[in-house]
Write a protein that binds this ligand. Structure first.
Ligand code: AMP
Length: 249
């Protein structure tokens, strides 16, 4: 079984981002970029499935600028077998990525597409679900455990108030949650090996996909600054302030 793992290049989770002064978006110039953490978990899971004998090949795919090659090299260093860069400088919204992935699903015929549950830059949480819809595949989102059995996958999902176990027929789309696994440390020998693994580059047009944005960002702003707190002498003053100033009771 082939596993397709889409990996997104995003601003590193340790970096504090700033809004551009004209409110048109985030200022990303010169910031450290990394693989989306949920996608790292997805690559790790796919590689573990291969190590267990449940998968035969792990193919990483990234859509975006040529710098995404770096993200793909990280996926190859974790243990993916080959990589596909769908290169474009256009702004990619989740629907465009889902359409690209659908075209790759048709071409590659994977038994499983393992995505992150969300990219930490846009927090969209849409691509996996959209892909499942347009490729007409079953989906199991927010996986905290994945077991591949004969022709199906059993997935434990993190839902409000507990865990739900669902079974999906393969091929299927699964999205990863934080507790699925802890990605391995990428070692230097594996980084070196990754340099020799195959990486193919295609354009969205080669896959017949129109990536034109369907959503327009109207404005991006900083959250309102929090004012300093005050100490109140007693409960009566607190209640009074909550009523008259904060107007929450
Ligand atoms: P999102 O719907 O944007 O929150 O992204 C959910 C998941 O879709 C990510 O964790 C990735 O696995 C995948 N994804 C989103 N955008 C891209 C991209 N440009 N390239 C590759 N995978 C992506």
């Amino acid at each position: 079984m082939k596993v397709l793992v889409p990996v997104k290049r995003v601003v590193d989770y340790n970096v504090k981002v700033r809004v551009k002064s004209d409110g048109s978006g985030m200022d990303l110039a010169g910031l450290k970029m990394s693989m989306n953490p949920f996608d790292e978990i997805a690559v790790e899971e796919a590689v573990r499935l291969k190590e267990k004998g449940a998968a035969t090949e792990v193919v990483a795919v990234s859509c975006g600028a040529s710098a995404c090659q770096e993200t793909l090299r990280t996926a190859l260093a974790i243990g993916a077998d080959r990589a596909i860069l769908v290169e474009t400088d256009a702004e990619l919204q989740p629907l465009a990525v889902a359409k690209i992935l659908k075209a790759l699903v048709d071409k590659e015929q994977p038994g499983l597409v393992l995505l992150g549950k969300q990219a930490i830059d846009g927090d969209n949480n849409q691509t996996g679900q959209m892909l499942a819809a347009i490729a007409d595949l079953p989906q199991a989102t927010f996986a905290s455990k994945v077991e591949v059995l004969e022709g199906k996958a059993q997935v434990k999902r993190e839902v409000d108030g507990g865990l739900e176990t669902v079974e999906v027929a393969l091929p299927a789309v699964v999205t990863t949650d934080l507790r699925l696994n802890e990605p391995r440390y990428v070692t230097l020998p594996n980084i070196m090996k990754a340099k020799k693994k195959p990486m193919e580059t295609v354009k969205p047009a080669d896959l017949g996909v129109d990536v034109a944005p369907r959503i327009r960002t109207v404005k991006v702003g900083e959250p309102p600054k929090r004012g300093a707190g005050v100490k109140v002498p007693d409960v009566a003053t607190l209640v009074d302030k909550l009523k008259s100033e904060a107007k929450v009771i």
